[in-house]
Design a protein around this ligand. Structure first.
Ligand SMILES: Nc1nc2c(c(=O)[nH]1)N[C@H]1C(S)=C(S)[C@@H](COP(=O)(O)OP(=O)(O)OC[C@H]3O[C@@H](n4cnc5c(=O)[nH]c(N)nc54)[C@H](O)[C@@H]3O)O[C@H]1N2
Ligand SMILES: Nc1nc2c(c(=O)[nH]1)N[C@H]1C(S)=C(S)[C@@H](COP(=O)(O)OP(=O)(O)OC[C@H]3O[C@@H](n4cnc5c(=O)[nH]c(N)nc54)[C@H](O)[C@@H]3O)O[C@H]1N2
Ligand code: SF4
Ligand SMILES: [Mo]
Length: 709
């Protein structure tokens, strides 16, 4: 009998569900050079399930790749291929020149939740440690930053306390600002299968201005006006208090601030809240009925909450509900942020935002800086004591001509940042833009001087952490195309060439990981017991996983002892007054545009546009409009519409649908300038963000629509 070789294993490199994949090489008999992927039944997070994106990942790996470093001095020149030696010489010369003339504030790096943890960690060590430059930010600023701030403010540390098994035991699942069915499909399937099997055992509530695929299966859909979540959540808290659905024992033993919170809540009557949110008051009473009848309540949220000027406050208001009703620290209950990118969690662990340091530490904490300086063999005082520039501050710094180098890696900001025309203009003021990219021809490459070909997932070994704190080793199973190199290896070589030879002398990524996990000892995200070899031998593991933990012994849930990582050990009940949208609709721009995702596309489509099946599923961007709004401006199904905001205009074909509430229109985020039928939604969006998390309000801008003439 011929046994087929064991498949390669990894975590799906798309969404934060982090499904386990088995990868198989192209069949010799076929002409195809595509690898194929299927669900890994042994992966505890996904048990063999995958969605259409994970299943088709193999077809995207070899096409349209960047294979050599490319250079041009001026943006109007064509690129010419250069060697890595030349690329590093250019980088070293520019960095040294900037450090000598402008200091570290002349450098900025913008990375991504699509890095492996090893990529992230070495970038922190090089920039924040050895170059004294905290200006490393990541696209998690646009994504999970409000969850980080919300967890830290309310519970004392970042770290989602829940796990996927909670979906199997919760009686009420409260989904707010998440289109789980399209964006976390495998989690959704797990939930909805249970619901269909036993409808009375589980209630689902969805809060979303659109009747998404998620909302259409809910027991209760609150189609609130965009930007009114914080009102709604205070209203729910008021209902819990006035109906005494309060766990007084838990509140007394494990929280601070109950009296101060309840003092503020009395004004949030069901009538006022339903008026402001634009829903029926009876829906609030129904919600209360479900909550009251449930032993275990799980909330899950994503970008409808985080991408708001009130993002962190809204996260804290969700957490408040769980704290006052004791729906936390037990199976099936708690506030669960669904992470977007495959390794957004690893990025947070490795300190990949401009205010963070590895191991859930912050740059403003003197003790944290000293711990890292010792770990990195640096003199005390090497790490700058102030938070670095977040990505929007990086854009503003370019506008003022203050940056001598902007290094973008594993993200495509010329599609995904708000106020795109302003970003495009700002970047022109930066004399040296570097882009580390896996694929050729992205929109950001148009504004870059130096392109570095990156080895991507499948071509480099390293770890990712999914939404439920589970760490998976992703094996390297293909050769990188041409001269492409792993991001961590690029940062390491640059470190050596900048003169820090022994600090960046790694031969393999497992050494980088070993150094990283050691610095998490004693932290909430302690994973000191993990290593590449343990993960290879025993499969994915959840943290906390301190030294000497046995395989499988990581904690499924955090804070089961009802102690929180604050000074007092108690969680904080926080009060933030709601104000609503930063840019409310007005006479000139009477509608609210919200921008999100389609099931079959991934972000700026560098991979998913390569899969014919996915392009057939979603060939173009559609503007979803309610029939009332369409009639008002004389738009019919299939017409081309012009959509205008204070910042610009884009066109899209109209899809008329009662599934979106009147006054709100929707566009997908996916189609950047380089795509056929492009529709750059973010030309319309503004950059104003949450004061705590600095996350821009990417879910709402005031627009007008009209028929294209
Ligand atoms: N198919 C697919 N899946 C993905 C991704 C992808 O590109 N494609 N990307 C991944 C990433 S990085 C992320 S961050 C996640 C995002 O996952 P989600 O957040 O679930 O996706 P979005 O479509 O961005 O937005 C979710 C919903 O928020 C709603 N919304 C808009 N405004 C408001 C509001 O004011 N209040 C409330 N309550 N809801 C509002 C929108 O109508 C939308 O249905 O998806 C991940 N998964
Ligand atoms: N209006 C609006 N705007 C949004 C959003 C929204 O909901 N509404 N969502 C925001 C959110 S949540 C997110 S996460 C962002 C996502 O936005 P982006 O991060 O800009 O989107 P991606 O297309 O995922 O970009 C990742 C890039 O990295 C490249 N890449 C893949 N693997 C590797 C690798 O290993 N190394 C290197 N160097 N490159 C690699 C890919 O080819 C791709 O070009 O968009 C944000 N923008
Ligand atoms: S649900 Fe997310 S992680 Fe799972 S296969 Fe789909 S895209 Fe990949
Ligand atoms: Mo995201």
């Amino acid at each position: 009998m011929v046994t087929s070789p064991a498949p390669f294993l990894g975590q799906c490199p798309y969404c934060g569900v982090g499904c386990g994949l088995e990868l198989f090489p192209p069949k010799e008999a076929s002409n195809s050079i595509s690898w194929s992927a299927r669900g890994d039944r042994k992966h505890p997070s996904s048990l063999g399930q995958v969605c259409v994106k994970g299943a088709t990942i193999g077809a995207t790996l070899h096409q349209n790749r960047l294979t050599a470093p490319l250079w041009r001095e001026q943006l109007d020149q064509p690129f010419t291929p250069i060697s890595w030696d030349q690329a590093f010489e250019l980088l070293v010369a520019q960095i040294q020149k900037i450090l000598a003339t402008k200091g570290p504030s002349g450098l900025a790096v913008y990375g991504s939740g699509q890095f492996l943890t090893e990529d992230y960690y070495l970038a922190q060590k090089l920039f924040k440690g050895y170059l004294g430059c905290n200006h490393f930010d990541a696209n998690s600023r646009l994504c999970m930053s409000s969850a980080v701030a919300g967890y830290s403010r309310s519970l004392g540390s970042d770290g989602p306390p829940c796990c996927y098994d909670d979906l199997d035991v919760a009686n009420l699942v409260f989904l707010i600002g998440t289109n789980t069915a399209e964006c976390h499909p495998v989690l959704w399937q797990r939930l909805i299968k249970r619901k269909r099997r036993n409808p009375n055992d589980l209630r689902i509530i969805v809060v979303d201005p659109r009747c998404t695929a998620t909302a259409s299966e809910a027991d209760l859909h609150l189609a609130i006006k965009p930007g009114t979540d914080l009102f709604l959540l205070h209203g729910i808290a008021q209902l819990l208090v006035s109906n005494n659905i309060i766990d007084h024992g838990f509140v007394a033993a494990a929280t601070h601030g109950y009296a101060e919170l309840t003092d503020q809540l009395f004004a949030y009557t069901p009538q006022r809240v339903s008026d402001i949110c634009g829903i029926d008051e009876s829906q609030l009473h129904k919600l209360l009925e479900y909550w009251q009848a449930s032993d275990a309540v799980l909330s899950a949220w994503s970008m409808g909450v985080n991408q708001s000027v009130e993002g962190s406050a809204t996260v804290s208001a969700i957490i408040n509900l769980h704290l006052i009703s004791g729906q936390i620290c037990k199976p099936g209950a708690g506030p669960f942020s669904l992470t977007g990118q495959p390794n957004a969690m690893g990025g947070r662990e490795a300190g990949g935002l401009s205010q963070l340091l590895p191991g859930y530490r912050t740059v403003t904490d003197p003790l944290h800086r000293i711990e890292l300086e010792h770990h990195w063999n640096l003199p005390e005082g090497s790490i700058a004591p102030e938070a670095g520039r977040d990505v929007w501050q990086q854009v503003e710094a370019m506008e003022r001509g203050e940056l001598g180098l902007w290094w973008v890696a594993a993200t495509n900001p010329l599609v995904s940042l708000p106020s795109l025309d302003r970003v495009r203009a700002a970047v022109q003021n930066c004399p040296f833009v570097v882009l580390s990219e896996a694929y050729a021809g992205t929109e950001t490459a148009d504004v870059a001087h130096l392109l570095l070909p990156a080895a991507q997932w499948s071509e480099k070994q390293g770890v990712m952490t999914n939404s439920e704190r589970r760490v998976t080793l992703c094996q390297a199973f293909r050769d990188p195309p041409g001269l492409a190199r792993a991001d961590w290896a690029i940062f390491a070589e640059l470190g050596r060439r900048l003169g820090f030879f022994s600090a960046f002398d790694y031969s393999q990524s497992s050494d980088v990981y070993a150094e990283f996990v050691a610095i998490t000892t004693g932290r909430v995200c302690d994973m000191a017991g993990l290593s590449h070899s343990l993960l290879a031998d025993h499969g994915p593991q959840q943290w906390p996983f301190p030294l000497h933990t046995l395989p499988g012994g990581g904690a499924a849930r955090l804070y089961c002892d009802k102690r929180f990582p604050t000074k007092s050990g108690r969680a904080r009940l926080l009060w933030d007054p709601p104000f609503g949208l930063a840019e409310p609709p007005c006479d000139a721009y009477p509608l609210i545009l919200t921008v999100g995702r389609y099931l079959g596309h991934w972000h700026t489509m560098t991979r998913t546009a390569l899969v014919p099946k996915l392009m057939q599923q979603h060939p173009e961007a559609l503007l979803e409009v309610n029939p009332l709004d369409a009639e008002h401006v004389g738009l019919n199904e299939g017409d081309w519409a012009e959509i205008r905001s204070r910042r610009g205009m884009v066109c899209a074909r109209v899809q008329i649908s009662k599934k979106i509430r009147p006054g709100t229109v929707f566009l997908p985020m996916h189609w950047g300038a380089s795509q056929q039928n492009h529709c750059e939604a973010n030309r319309l969006m503004h950059e104003l963000g949450c004061p705590y998390s600095k996350q821009p309000e990417l879910k709402a801008a005031a627009v007008s629509i009209s028929r294209q003439v």
